[in-house]
Design a protein around this ligand. Sequence first.
Ligand code: 1GP
Length: 249
Amino acid sequence: MKQETYDKIVKNKAQSNKAFAVLIDPDKINDALLLKTIAIALEAKVDFFFVGGSLVVTNTLDHIVAIIKQHCAIPVILFPGSPDQITPKADALLYLSLISGRNPELLIGQHVISAPFVKQSGLEIIPVGYMLINGGTPTTVSYISNTNPIPANKNDIATCTAMAGEMLGLKLIYMDAGSGAQHAIPTEMIQQVAKNIQIPLVVGGGITTPEKALANCVAGADIIVVGNAIEKDPSLIKAIANAIHSLNK
Ligand code: 1GP
């Protein structure tokens, strides 16, 4: 099985280097904006593109990934809201199990149904323990997934959930307050989770400033994901990338 993208993530972590992933939601982008975003991302040395959304109503995923691959070598990682959000043109797939929730469909059910199709895609598969953290308002992902997010002040629940995910063999923990969250995940929670797992930690949802991105990295996040804020102001990419990469050797 392919492992190039995951190896890159692990190597970054081993060197204590922090990475920045720009999230592209296929519903919220057009070709012109995508090309502009790619140009800025190249200049800012963005590490990854994540592509996906909890509700994708357009049929442009394949097209969007093709355009990114055509214009740059930044790895494209699918972040699917459902098993049909897959294209073999990407470099890797976040194979998400929603371990903060108790909806069996999103823990294993949909994986069983889509397994042959996912395998056939030839994509690099990265098994991910996906954890929703309460970001203040109900987000699309908590509504669609029909699960309760972990309360933002319950650091122990988040930590034990991440530890269980690691011991189950998942390769990455992704803590997400949900796209457009009112409050990003508190740094104290990130710190406690990061201290208790060895696998890389991805943090996203409601991050809108370089300061918060930097604070999350100092707290122990290995990859910061930003979508919403960048859609509104693509020039933020440079400032956030600089903040995150300022910690790297
Ligand atoms: C959402 O973590 C991502 O799943 C990014 O969130 O769009 O709020 O940056 P934002």
